[in-house]
Design a protein around this ligand. Structure first.
Ligand SMILES: [Zn+2]
Length: 285
């Protein structure tokens, strides 16, 4: 094993491994800028259960392409389950988002949406030293958020929560607002929650057809920044794995349902239409 970080090692034959499915080429314009998710090579999926690189991943065995074998696989410590290790990729995307939003100790952060990704963003903001408020229309998710570290969790339909966040921040608003809900209507609210000069990071606004409207002066006069973060960073692999392996991030708390491969249809339907009691849905081949 080759150590790549505290408690994190590259694999050797016989190890249980976790594999990333995207690895950048390492020497294009975007890789030089560390914008790995914009690298043309990165977009090629490198794990497949079929005959071409996009052959899917729900299978007992998958084939890893050479560039993934070389740079995309880490050994899983014996005490860590495969189920926990599956969280390293989503955790990586969230670590990247927290860094892009420049979340700093002592700041106030609001996370909109407390599904599995919103909960990971919430926990990482707290680990970064911020005070975190959260919102979700589902009562079960608000409860989960409070049990995992949010100072308060609001139902956005309560209406006055923007004022409450302002009251809790000397009238200013949050330093950073992380949006983990794929709705255009949430963005003006996120801008209203941010203080002047604060940051709004869009994590879920990936739909090329989506149009977002917001008051221009929030950016042009109040100097609020709108940022985006997409996918994972190869530079954050070791850090993300360490967060999961050490259990500093209690990812097991995010699994609500487990299905065998034979019930994959049921699992995908549940994941596509989350109910109050559903969070991460895991398929175990
Ligand atoms: Zn590249």
């Amino acid at each position: 094993m080759v150590a790549v970080g505290r408690g994190v090692s590259r694999w050797k034959p016989g190890d249980r491994v976790v594999s990333f499915h995207h690895i950048p080429c390492g020497d294009c314009f975007y890789c030089e800028q560390k914008l790995f998710s914009q690298c043309p090579g990165y977009k090629k999926v490198g794990l497949t259960a079929g005959f071409d690189p996009n052959g899917g991943g729900f299978a007992e065995y998958v084939r890893a392409m050479p560039w993934i074998v070389e740079r995309g696989m880490l050994a899983i410590p014996p005490e860590v389950s495969f189920e926990e290790a599956t969280f390293i990729e989503p955790v990586n995307t969230c670590v990247k988002a927290i860094q892009k939003a420049r979340v700093a100790p002592g700041e106030t952060v609001v996370v909109i949406g407390q599904g599995p990704i919103g909960l990971i963003l919430m926990m990482l903001s707290k680990l970064a030293g911020a005070t975190v408020f959260a919102s979700d229309p589902l009562a079960e998710r608000r409860e989960k958020s409070l049990s995992l570290g949010a100072l308060a969790a609001f139902d956005p339909s309560w209406g006055n929560w923007v004022e409450e966040i302002r009251r809790g921040t000397s009238g200013r608003g949050a330093d950073a607002v992380l949006v983990a809900v794929p709705l255009a209507a949430v963005v003006p609210e996120a801008l209203a929650l941010a203080r002047p000069g604060g940051r709004v990071l869009l994590f879920a606004q990936n739909d090329p057809q989506m149009k977002i409207e917001f008051p221009a002066a929030t950016v042009g006069v109040e100097e609020k920044e709108i940022l985006g973060s997409y996918s994972a960073s190869v530079d954050l692999q070791a850090e993300s794995a360490e967060l999961v392996f050490s259990r500093r991030l209690p990812v097991r708390e995010l699994v609500s349902h487990r299905f065998p491969l034979a019930k994959i249809d049921e699992a995908l339907t549940l994941a596509a239409r989350p109910a109050g009691d559903s969070l991460k849905v895991v398929i175990t081949p």
